[in-house]
Design a protein around this ligand. Sequence first.
Ligand SMILES: [Zn+2]
Length: 336
Amino acid sequence: MRARDLLHPRPEGLYCPPGDFYIDPVRPVARALITHGHSDHARSGHSSVLATRETLDIMALRYGADFAGTTQPAKLGETIDVNGVAVTFHPAGHVLGSAQICVEKDDIRIVASGDYKRQPDSTCVPFAPIRCDVFITEATFGLPVFRHPPDSGEIARVLKSAEQFPERAHMIGAYALGKAQRVIKLLREAGYERTIFIHGALAKLCDYYESQGIALGDLQPATLDSGAKTDFAGAIVVGPPSAFADRWARRFPDPVSCFASGWMRIRQRSKQRGVELPLIISDHSDWDELTETITETGAGEVWVTHGREEALVRWCELNGIAASPLHLVGYEDEGD
Ligand SMILES: [Zn+2]
């Protein structure tokens, strides 16, 4: 068997013919294996879904309990037989519940890593490199220009600014699943003990993280209509980036607009979005983490999925590793 007979792209997503399943399919299928809860990877309407308990819970929170016909939880490190294919979920360090999916048959082992990062993140289990023949990697930040600084330094900049401008609200745009909870946790780890105000779109997921033992401290809704502008003077408010463009944002006093994303490395992007205090905090690997991870897996072949494939494919070739882009469509990560 060749690797491409074990996994290959189809319009629905990455397909395993012997196991008759898809990984992160973008259309409804009979059997889906799902790496993590971001909406472009985890869609509703599949007949059956195999994913970690946390990913299944997150899908139920977002889509309702009937998001799939049947569900099966996968424990990290435990091998499950799917039609004669050995399937094992391993931590990906991306968001709570995120996993790489290792697929093995006839001495060929392929790891589909989904989205992953290597920076420490106390809101999820750290990425574990898995030795494999073929490593499937994302390339969201697959250019040497992308180097994420330590997240503690980025958070320190917010706290310093909040100290300097006590009359202004600091509004941090952060994606609802993963990034928002990580930012809140980082603020706590930096010693910030005051109430943090959150947009309503984050409430369910923050509650869920709390229920999984990730303490986020005192969170209060920032959506109360009765609140006077001055109530939020000096406050830190976290909300999804989309909310910052609408009327909701105008209730806050002279807000300092912050946005936590790997894209904040690019000045033009932060300018375009009117971001005053860009925070380079990403839930994806930067260039160094991508190339180090490829090396650590020992893979002789790399398939590159969504993102900037060309540079990473070229890097592999220069380092004697066969590589090709997979051209999967439908992944626009909400959590970068
Ligand atoms: Zn993701």
